[in-house]
Design a protein around this ligand. Structure first.
Ligand code: DP6
Length: 346
């Protein structure tokens, strides 16, 4: 073990991602019940730095600061996570860690932070693993694997542009254990913009872990998993070829399916607001009359993610400003776009 550094510091920033084929339903330790496919974002990210020291005595020690303030609730959650991943990073047993984390987006923005947070943390941990002399065969795979153990969708945030997570016959090398990058992605998708229309920034009424759980008793679960599998395979082809009309069809169907599943769960949840529906209708009408390939996707909340290629940015932003902003809370729109994935800062 040459050049082992028993203390030091690493910093990474990692972005959030937006699923086009949705992960909704899981088993075991964050294993997905269907494959999912996402675009990696750029502007919504978490920056995390870890100061580490390897002690002679066993006993993991952890301090956690969020936005510069010590946060015991987050610290305890991360501590549990570190215990879970210790079999993969045995040196953690002897580690003293100080973790500092900040988000580029406000807490009230309706953007889930678990994907970027767990991706940034796992990027840091895998770097430290190398620095303390752990031998790692496939670094990217381990980064994605560890991120998954923190939050399922986080495993997709490790890759530039787009990622696929979940074993799928038609997608070579896909796996339930970790995500893979989208190798043959058509260049148009690297230019995609994602404007998030904030219909409401209130805390959502169903957390994703409760949402995943609800799928266990949902009568439509089997049909959903089969359809998601087909959609992932189709979308993989579509996004290799650059067929925007087919992309739109699957993206919108997936978004509405996610909400349909929540509506027919027991208990049932309606997360869309009247303004969410108004925006959806406006987007569809505008697309029909203009032939602009604009569409939407939605996460487990009321906010609408508007997707379109950069080439149409001027006309789409004009449409959003004039027709959609009025349906947003304080006219709030968060602008994001497809990005290059995590970046090492120090
Ligand atoms: C609707 O990854 O947040 O955003 O694995 O329990 O942490 P956990 O869930 P999480 O679920 C994401 C759900 C989703 C769809 C998606 O991102 O695929």
């Amino acid at each position: 073990m040459n050049n082992v550094e028993n203390s030091g510091s690493v910093t990474w920033k990692a972005p959030s991602n937006i699923a086009i084929v949705k992960y909704w339903g899981k088993h075991g330790t964050q294993l997905p019940n269907n494959p999912s496919l996402s675009l990696t974002l750029n502007e919504a990210f978490t920056s995390t730095s870890i100061d580490y020291e390897i002690k002679n005595q066993p006993g993991l020690e952890l301090d956690f600061y969020f936005e510069g303030v010590e946060n015991v609730e987050f610290r305890n959650r991360i501590f549990k996570y570190l215990e879970i991943i210790t079999p993969h990073l045995p040196w953690l047993k002897f580690a003293k860690l100080t973790v500092r984390s900040t988000n580029s987006f406000p807490h009230s923005s309706g953007i889930a932070s678990s994907a970027s947070a767990m991706a940034a943390l796992s990027m840091c941990l895998v770097d430290i693993a190398e620095l303390v002399g752990q031998e790692i065969k496939d670094k990217t795979r381990l980064q994605s694997y560890l991120a998954r153990l923190g939050s399922g969708s986080a495993c997709r945030s490790i890759f530039p542009h787009a990622a696929i997570w979940g074993q799928c016959k038609g997608i070579p090398h896909s796996s339930d254990d970790y995500a893979i990058g989208f190798e043959n992605l058509h260049p148009v998708f690297k230019t995609y913009r994602n404007d998030i229309l904030i219909v409401s920034s209130e805390k959502k009424s169903v957390s994703s872990s409760i949402g995943h759980d609800l799928m266990n008793n949902n009568n439509y679960a089997t049909a959903r998993y089969e359809n998601a599998r087909q959609n992932a395979e189709k979308l993989y082809q579509i996004m290799s070829q650059g067929d925007l009309q087919e992309f739109i069809q699957i993206a919108e169907s997936e978004a509405l399916q996610l909400h349909a599943l929540m509506m027919c769960s027991s208990p049932s949840f309606i997360l869309l607001e009247p303004n969410s529906i108004a925006i959806i209708k406006k987007i569809r009408a505008f697309r029909e009359e203009s032939y602009v390939p604009i569409c939407f996707t939605i996460d487990a909340g009321p906010n609408i993610h508007v997707l379109y290629p950069q080439e149409y940015a001027v006309v789409c932003q004009e449409f959003i400003n004039h027709e959609l902003k009025a349906f947003c809370e304080q006219e709030r729109v968060i602008k994001d776009y497809v990005g290059e994935g995590p970046k090492k800062l120090i």
